[in-house]
Design a binder for this molecule. Structure first.
Ligand code: 9MG
Length: 257
């Protein structure tokens, strides 16, 4: 999954793809490099990000969904707003990626309409304050139980099991120790019976380990993506598609002979 942030303030690529033609060109580049899905975000989810009104988000996202879907590209939309979900689905999106796991009023119903896949992500708290003092007694079991419970709510709302993807939400209300514990136990999430999505690309956790600024974390991100796939991740959400696909191809050739 290639990341396309059409925001002025995302943590790594903020402001780079606000221009529509540049955004489309970048999406096409990621597909040519091997991305199967393009995840479009019109509101930053980084810690402390400013919320965006729905009309602004709609204007940023919907024309891109329409254009890419028309070209046969599989599009995911990163949003928690029901009105954006509905418009994105009508414009041809095949996936809703919600960092709030469809907890906003009306989000579940909006995502259930149609046949799109939904990605349910775990987040403790809200983007403004989530990194202040994250706390868990057992991070793996608490995050797993939350996601299984949200998936059950989705199924009760009519979203078939094979439309659901789960995501532990690396960096969303988690310390480095929490993130590492989740990564080491990714098999627990796979065992829950849903495909697992992992998003670690360029995140500060990797910066802390590698000692690199945000735009110098490609190698660290590729290592994290491969570690996630080795532990059972079905989808990795990345900025550096070409580098990730190259590494994955080499790794798979070695593994499968
Ligand atoms: C939007 N967004 C930012 N980070 C993410 C992550 O780790 N997972 C998902 N599903 N979405 C994310």
């Amino acid at each position: 999954m290639g990341i396309l942030n059409v925001t002025p303030d995302s943590f790594s690529d903020g402001g780079m793809f606000v221009d529509r033609e540049r955004a489309l060109a970048h999406a096409r580049r990621m597909v040519a490099d091997g991305a199967d899905i393009i995840d479009i975000g019109g509101e930053s989810t980084r810690p402390g990000a400013t919320p965006v009104p729905a009309d602004v988000e709609l204007d940023r996202v919907v024309p891109l969904v329409e254009a890419l879907a028309r070209e046969g590209i599989r599009v995911s939309v990163d949003t928690h707003k029901p009105v954006v979900m509905r418009a994105a689905l009508a414009a041809g999106a095949g996936m809703i990626n919600d960092v709030r796991a469809l907890r906003e009023p009306g989000a579940m119903e909006a995502a259930a309409a149609g046949h799109a896949t939904v990605c349910l992500m775990h987040m403790q708290g809200y983007p403004g304050t989530m990194q202040a003092e994250p706390h868990y007694d057992d991070v793996v079991l608490e995050v797993r139980d939350f996601l299984v419970e949200r998936a059950a709510c989705c199924e009760a709302a009519g979203i078939a099991r094979d439309r659901i993807v789960i995501d532990p939400g690396f960096g969303f209300g988690k310390t480095l120790a929490h993130n590492l514990a989740l990564m080491r136990s990714l098999g627990v999430f796979k065992a829950a019976g849903y495909p697992v999505l992992v998003g670690l690309s360029r995140k500060s956790m990797l910066g802390g380990i590698a000692g690199r600024d945000v735009n110098e974390r490609a190698a660290a991100s590729v290592a994290a993506a491969l570690a996630a796939i080795a532990r059972g991740a079905a989808i990795v959400r990345v900025h550096d598609v070409r580098e990730t696909v190259d590494a994955l191809n080499v790794w798979q050739a070695i593994e499968t002979g």
